[in-house]
Design a protein around this ligand. Structure first.
Ligand SMILES: Cc1ncc(COP(=O)(O)O)c(C=O)c1O
Length: 406
C-alpha cells in the first residue's frame, strides 16, 4: 500500500483544474441537463472562502457523476471530476485492498447500504445468468452480527437469507456452523450461494475468518460468490494488517463495500462499491439511453462533490498519514481496554479495530447514557454497549468515561 500525500496548494490546484474541465452551468452553454449550480439565493457563489475550499466550490458547481466511470466515460459534461472519482476507486481497490492494476470497477454510492445492495443485485443477476438459477434458489448467508442492510437487500431482491450463529466469545463463524447453515439452505432448495463476509461488524467490529467458511462452501459443491462488507473496517483494518486476508488478493472475493463517511470522516453520501471487472455489467440498465454509456448503479444521479471529498482526504493523508492516523485510534482503543481490564469489565474487541462492545450486565446505564454509548437494542434490556474510538475521542474523554465508571 503506497500513495503520496499532496500539500494543500496542490490539492486545491488539482480540484480546480478538474472542475475547469467540467462543463460549468455558470460559465458554459448547458441547455439539456436537468441540473444547475446550487440555488444562488441560498448558496451564493461569491463568498471569499470558496477560493480556498475546493470541496465547497465543487458542491456549488454541482457535477452529476451518474453512471460507472471505471467502465464507461459517462456524462461528458463532468469528465473532469470523474477523473478524481476514478483515482479514488483505484486507490481503494488497488492500494488499500490489493487488487491488480485495472481489474476492478466501482462507484461512489450513497452509503454502505447502497453498496451492499448493489453487490447483492449484481451477484443475483450474475448467478441467474451463469448458473440458470432463480432468485429464490440463491441463498445469502452471513454471520448473525452482519449489518441489517443484508436483510433489506434479500427482501428487495427475492433471495433467501440465512443468518449463521457466531461463537459468543470470539464472534467467529465456525466451519461447523457454516456447514449446518449451508445444509439448511440446500435442504430448502438453494442451488447457489452468496456469502456476505464482514470486515468490521457494526456492533463488535469483528472481522470474519474466511478459511472455515471456505471449507464449508467448498464441501457443498455449489457455486458460490463472496462479498465483503468493509463499510466499518475498510479504511482501518487494511492499514494495520498488511496481510489482510479479506482483500482482492483472495481470488474468492469478488466485491467489497467501503464507507468513507465512517472512518474516513468524509461527508455523508460516500459509500464505495468495488467489484472485479466483469460483474457490474450484470446490472447494466440498457433502457438508460439518455445517460452516455448507460447506468450500472442503484442510485442514478449522484453528487460528484462526494468523490472529490474522498479524493481530498486520501490525498491529504497519503498512505503513511493514513497508517499513522489509524495507529492513533488503535492506541487510544488500547488505552480504553486497559482501563476496562483494570475495572474488571468484560468486552469484545478485535485488536485491529477501534470498536469495543462492553457486556451490559451490571454496567451502569447512567454512564452509558451520559457518554452516548450505543446499545445493541433499544427494545428491552441491552446485552452490549458499544464504544467507537473516533477522531474526536481523545484520551481526556476516555479518562472521564473510565473515571465515571470507577
Ligand atoms: C458493517 C456495516 N455495513 C453497512 C452499514 C450501512 O452503512 P450506511 O448507514 O452508510 O448505509 C453499516 C452502518 O453502520 C455498517 O456498520
Amino acid at each position: 500500500m503506497y500513495w503520496e500525500a499532496l500539500d494543500q496548494a496542490t490539492i486545491l490546484a488539482e480540484v480546480n483544474a478538474r472542475l475547469a474541465e467540467n462543463a460549468s452551468y455558470g460559465r458554459d452553454e448547458v441547455l439539456g441537463l436537468p441540473g444547475s449550480f446550487l440555488d444562488r439565493k441560498v448558496f451564493p457563489d461569491d463568498a471569499p472562502f470558496l477560493d480556498s475550499s475546493p470541496y465547497l466550490r465543487c458542491l456549488l458547481e454541482n457535477p452529476n457523476h451518474i453512471g460507472c466511470h471505471t467502465l464507461v466515460q459517462g456524462e461528458n459534461a463532468f469528465a473532469g471530476t470523474q477523473q478524481l472519482e476514478r483515482e479514488v476507486l483505484r486507490l481503494c481497490a488497488e492500494e488499500i485492498l490489493g487488487a491488480a492494476a485495472g481489474t476492478t470497477d466501482g462507484y461512489v454510492a450513497s452509503g454502505g447500504t447502497e453498496a451492499n445492495l448493489q453487490a447483492l443485485w449484481a451477484w443475483r443477476n450474475e448467478l441467474q445468468a451463469t448458473q440458470g438459477v432463480t432468485a429464490a434458489e440463491i441463498a445469502v448467508l452471513h454471520s448473525e452480527d452482519t449489518h441489517y442492510s443484508v436483510v433489506k437487500g434479500c427482501g428487495l431482491l427475492g433471495m433467501r437469507r440465512e443468518s449463521v450463529p457466531v461463537d459468543p466469545k470470539t464472534r467467529a463463524v465456525s466451519e461447523q456452523a457454516a456447514s449446518a447453515a449451508l445444509a439448511a439452505v440446500v435442504a430448502a432448495g438453494a442451488r447457489s450461494v452468496i456469502w456476505f463476509l464482514n470486515m468490521g461488524t457494526t456492533l463488535f467490529g469483528s472481522v470474519d475468518d474466511y478459511e472455515p467458511i471456505r471449507r464449508a462452501l467448498q464441501a457443498t459443491g455449489l457455486p458460490y460468490r463472496v462479498h465483503v462488507d468493509a463499510a466499518f473496517g475498510g479504511f482501518l483494518y487494511p492499514f494495520v494488517r498488511e496481510d489482510n486476508p479479506l482483500s482482492f488478493a483472495e481470488p474468492d472475493i469478488g466485491s467489497i463495500t467501503l464507507d468513507a463517511h465512517k472512518m474516513l470522516q468524509a461527508p455523508y453520501g460516500t459509500g464505495i462499491f468495488l467489484a472485479r471487472k466483469g460483474l457490474i455489467q450484470h446490472v447494466e440498465t440498457h433502457e438508460a439511453s439518455y445517460v452516455p454509456g448507460h447506468d450500472y448503479t442503484l442510485c442514478g444521479s449522484r453528487s460528484g462533490a462526494n468523490a472529490v471529498a474522498v479524493w481530498m482526504i486520501l490525498r491529504t493523508y497519503g498512505s503513511e498519514g493514513g497508517r499513522t492516523f489509524v495507529r492513533g485510534l488503535l492506541e487510544r482503543t488500547d488505552h480504553l481496554c486497559r482501563g476496562l481490564d483494570a475495572l474488571g469489565l468484560s468486552y469484545f474487541r478485535d485488536p485491529h479495530m477501534n470498536v469495543v462492545a462492553i457486556a451490559a450486565e451490571g454496567f451502569p446505564r447512567e454512564v452509558a447514557e451520559r457518554f452516548n454509548l450505543v446499545p445493541d437494542t433499544h427494545e428491552g434490556a441491552p446485552a452490549w454497549w458499544k464504544i467507537v474510538v473516533m477522531d474526536h475521542v481523545d484520551l481526556p474523554l476516555l479518562d472521564r468515561f473510565l473515571a465515571a465508571l470507577a
